[in-house]
Design a protein around this ligand. Structure first.
Ligand code: SF4
Length: 462
């Protein structure tokens, strides 16, 4: 039989809290159980005048509105406030009653400018500490990866000629090799007139360059809690970020990292050296040495004890002048006259055989040997790297709007990244709490299956 719905709605008043209208399994209801922002008022009080001016938006309400937007995939302030007018769950989560006036969307912009990115980073750090306290992160095995975020600019805002003119005007004699290569390849030629902080980047050789930012993320192995997030322009290499990120994680958590995994994009000698110095096992697949000569560098043996290099014929090369990332080792070419390899080994007209050895070359050699001996457990952990770190980037981009910058400028991009990471950590925390509750009320054998289903549903999206 056909049903009929009476469309006249006569209720004008409701009794009780708006919470009664929000389902328990709604993402905002779950996150609310684990979110504590009681410390925030004190934290930002120095950014406001104690006596003058109109009362501003409550700091906790503002952050709750921003988090509600990210958790439900509404990343633009204007759209978020429009949605909050009619969305009971967002109103309740932010603490606004049905008849209360919501803040103007531009207030959220002013709050971000007033607080600065460092305050939002502290919100993110608090979520990391809450996850550690709840024992859903150990900070012992960390997966590090980087991903590009498309800048919020149109193709029309890219300009080429201006940049070329300025670069040629400013070209100096001590221009570094990287800068010269970048300029020749056209990588830095285009600039965005509307967002000059964004740089041209691509994540594959056969893809076109796009204006983008680069997010560097460190993810805990246990359930995928985000331990650190950093945003840079494309010009910052992944290898430069791993050391400060490791230090930052250890400072936030107070725990010594045992294993770091990363992909081959991080396979630099200085990365292996830095991790080795800290006593961290680097599960980063070392690349084989590129063969440019018939007598390649790997055929020269470095003797760390005596700080000398031995060529394939046993001749000793001694260290000489240092360069930016290493040192030259020299031997006199006149001593090589009887060597059968001299045609391939010596450069024409040179009086010395010179070899450049990077500062962390011994660590790179050890990493190459270690790569050949990766155990089954190492390989398993490296597979989890893809699952954890690339999984986070996919989740953040698909469900929480991180595929594209919402606002322009590096500080705004950082705030978006911190709040997105905080929202995902809060989801992980809410899932852990739910699993704990289920473990109390559901029999153990039934719990395993239900927990998996719930965990899957809760960590994948709103
Ligand atoms: S040419 Fe000289 S440096 Fe090169 S392998 Fe022979 S002895 Fe060694």
């Amino acid at each position: 039989m056909l049903g009929r719905k009476e469309r006249d709605q006569l209720e004008l008043f409701i009794t009780g809290s708006l919470r009664q209208l929000v389902p328990d399994e709604h993402v905002l209801a779950r996150v609310d159980r684990v979110l504590d922002l009681s410390w925030l008022r004190e934290e930002v009080s120095d950014r406001y005048s104690a006596n003058d001016g109109r009362p501003g938006v409550d700091p906790e309400a503002a952050v709750r509105l921003m988090l509600a937007g990210l958790l439900t995939g509404i990343v633009h302030d204007r759209k978020l406030i429009r949605e909050a007018q009619v969305n009971i769950a967002i109103r309740w989560f932010a603490g606004y009653g049905l008849h209360e006036r919501l803040p103007h969307h531009s207030s959220l912009t002013r709050i971000r400018q007033r607080w600065g990115e460092e305050r939002f980073r502290r919100i993110f750090k608090r979520t990391v500490q809450a996850c550690l306290k709840a024992k859903i992160a150990t900070a012992e095995v960390v997966h590090i990866d980087a991903s590009l975020i498309r800048a919020n600019v149109s193709w029309d805002s890219l300009t080429e000629q201006h940049a070329v003119d300025v670069l040629s005007e400013n070209q100096s004699e001590d221009e570094s090799e990287d800068e010269r290569k970048g300029r020749q390849s056209g990588k830095y030629k285009k600039v965005c007139t509307t967002d000059p902080d964004a740089t041209m980047a691509t994540n594959a050789r056969n893809r076109r360059l796009e204006p983008a930012y680069k997010q560097h993320t460190a993810v805990d192995d246990k359930v995928g809690v985000i331990l650190d997030v950093a945003v840079t322009t494309e010009q910052t290499n992944e290898g430069e970020m791993i050391e400060p990120q490791v230090d930052e994680i250890e400072a936030i958590t107070g725990i010594d990292i045992k294993v770091v995994t990363a992909d081959a994009g991080y396979a630099y000698a200085k990365v292996y050296g830095a991790l080795e110095r800290r006593g961290i096992d680097a599960l980063i697949p070392a690349k084989a040495e590129p063969i440019k000569s018939r007598v390649p560098l790997r055929r020269f043996r470095y003797d760390a004890k005596n700080d000398i290099l031995k060529c394939p014929r046993g001749r000793i090369l001694r260290p000489a002048r240092p360069i930016k990332h290493g040192r030259f080792f020299y031997a006199k070419a006149k001593d090589c006259t009887r060597c059968p390899l001299k045609r391939d080994c010596l450069s024409k007209g040179r009086v010395n055989k010179a070899v450049v050895v990077g500062d962390h070359y011994p660590a790179l050699l050890r990493a190459r040997r270690r790569r050949e001996r990766w155990s089954k457990q190492d390989r398993h952990l490296y597979q989890r790297h893809r699952w954890r770190s690339e999984g986070f980037h996919g989740e953040a981009k698909t469900w929480h709007g991180l595929a594209r910058a919402v606002r322009r400028g590096l500080p705004n991009m950082k705030i978006q990244a911190y709040l997105t990471a905080a929202a995902i950590n809060l989801k992980r925390l809410a899932t852990a709490l739910l699993a704990l509750i289920l473990s109390w009320i559901v029999p153990q054998n039934a719990f395993a299956a239900s927990d998996r289903a719930v965990a899957r549903a809760l960590t994948r999206g709103p």
